[in-house]
Design a protein around this ligand. Structure first.
Ligand SMILES: *[C@@H]1O[C@H](CO)[C@@H](O)[C@H](O)[C@H]1NC(C)=O
Ligand SMILES: *[C@@H]1O[C@H](CO)[C@@H](O)[C@H](O)[C@H]1NC(C)=O
Length: 163
């Protein structure tokens, strides 16, 4: 590979990371999940490992992490399900209740400010904090709203998106 083509590939890689695709961020739900197609199942990973696998896998759209509470054993039995299709991507889909479950949906956000944490957003369905709004921004998608929250310096850690 010549230096020139290497430079072009590097630019393309960077354009993919910073441009159209955006940055990967996760939205976490506790004790809820979405229907999806599980293409890979691993037992006994930690929550961080499960989420890390989904981050690294281009096909992974969501990771469903569940665990069995057994006070008799010191190490918890866990189940990590990687999904390549999830109804979480359908704006009208409603999450369903699930026990001992963390559901992490992968998002592509057009923002440079995605923090280096396993998940950037924690979503609480059907809950909203009223008042204290310091920015009102009109966006067409939830992802654009979340990116606007990360890009807005005056917003502190809370966003609600209304359709
Ligand atoms: C997801 O994986 C299944 C195999 O488990 C495959 O048949 C399907 O086409 C995949 N869907 C997408 C969107 O990649
Ligand atoms: C997962 O951990 C549980 C509890 O320690 C153990 O009983 C089980 O055999 C483990 N399963 C695998 C696939 O490692």
């Amino acid at each position: 590979m010549t230096r020139h083509t290497l430079a072009i590939s590097l630019i393309l890689v960077l354009a993919n990371i910073y441009g159209s695709l955006g940055r990967i961020a996760f939205e976490k739900l506790t004790d809820f999940d979405y229907r999806g197609n599980t293409y890979y199942t691993v037992k006994n990973l930690s929550l961080y490992e499960c989420q890390g696998w989904c981050r690294e896998e281009p096909d992974c759209q969501a990771a469903a992490f569940s665990f069995v509470v057994n006070p008799l054993i010191p190490v918890q039995e866990t189940l990590c399900q990687l999904q390549n299709e999830t109804s979480a991507n359908n704006p009208s889909a409603v999450p369903q209740r699930s026990v001992n479950m963390y559901y992490m949906t992968k998002l592509q956000l057009r923002s440079e400010n995605v923090c280096l944490r396993p998940w950037a957003f924690e979503r609480v369905p059907n809950k909203m904090i009223r008042g204290l709004d310091n920015a009102l921004i009109y966006t067409s998608t939830k992802e654009a709203c979340l990116a606007a929250c990360l890009n807005e310096v005056s917003v502190f850690g809370r966003v609600h998106f209304t359709r």
